[in-house]
Design a binder for this molecule. Structure first.
Ligand SMILES: [Zn+2]
Ligand SMILES: [Zn+2]
Length: 256
């Protein structure tokens, strides 16, 4: 079985003391063939790039996370990101988006960054990894203002109807560990009705460990538990979930 973890912060795991090689070996044992490590702020770009250069099955994405935008001077990041995008292992813009849960005080700055990154994704023909926390309407509006851009709604947190709205915009729906939570009824429904051809899977490591590891640091090997839950919800074999979500990830990110 081949799986892809389309969103794992391997650099966080490394800073927290994990050995990235051991983490990747454990992931490979359950079939994880490659992962995407998104950046959150320009300070961390060198570490994210080093990991992508060191491991053939690790790819990187470059952007500024919506909760970090207030700390970053525009003149610094535009150049740093353009430089990152020239690197062959950088295969996406991410992560960017809007987060009204953690930060309601810099909404205008968040939107300004998000618009810029969507535009960059379109210009460079790269997929955009979108973080959306309690900001569905604005995320949808800004994406519809940038026709032709494509990407993924990472750690999807909407309902079935919102998933379809984003698919209509050309965005994949990526489920994370929270789809395994017992009370996540809207997410369960979204996973059931979203066509498998539009689904990706991820861990968002070290965050959001799936059941039964809830509250513990997460690792890419646990993407298998996300695949298992989607298979259970849809009533199909896990092998089918693995095969189709891997094809979807290849199609969207086109890793070399
Ligand atoms: Zn995120
Ligand atoms: Zn993330």
């Amino acid at each position: 079985m081949i799986l892809v973890d389309t969103h794992a912060h391997l650099d966080y795991l490394q800073r927290e003391g994990a050995d990235p090689e051991a983490v990747l070996n454990r992931a490979q044992e359950v079939g994880v063939s490659w992962i995407v490590n998104p950046s959150v702020t320009p300070d961390k770009f060198p570490e994210v790039l080093q990991l992508a250069e060191r491991f053939p099955n690790v790819y990187a994405a470059a952007a500024v996370h919506p909760t970090d935008v207030q700390d970053v001077a525009e003149s610094d990041w535009i150049q740093a990101i353009e430089a990152m995008l020239a690197h062959p292992k950088v295969i996406a813009i991410g992560e960017t988006g809007l987060d009204y849960y953690w930060d309601k005080t810099h909404i205008a700055t968040q939107q300004h960054f998000f618009k810029t990154f969507l535009e960059m994704g379109r210009t460079h023909s790269l997929p955009v990894i979108v973080h959306d926390r309690e900001a569905h309407d604005d995320v949808h509006r800004l994406i519809s203002d940038c026709p032709g851009v494509r990407g993924v709604m990472h750690c999807f947190s909407g309902d079935a109807e919102f998933a379809q709205t984003m698919i209509d915009q050309g965005f994949y729906i990526s489920f994370a560990g929270n789809v395994t939570f017992k009370n996540a009824h809207a997410l369960h429904e979204a996973a059931k009705v979203t066509p498998l051809e539009w689904i990706l899977i991820e861990t968002d490591s070290p965050f959001l460990s799936p059941v039964p590891f809830r509250g513990k640091p997460n690792e890419p090997e646990r993407v298998r538990l996300v695949a298992e839950k989607i298979a259970e919800l849809k009533g199909i074999p896990i092998e089918t979930v693995a095969e189709v979500t891997t094809e979807n990830a290849q199609r969207l990110f086109q890793p070399c």
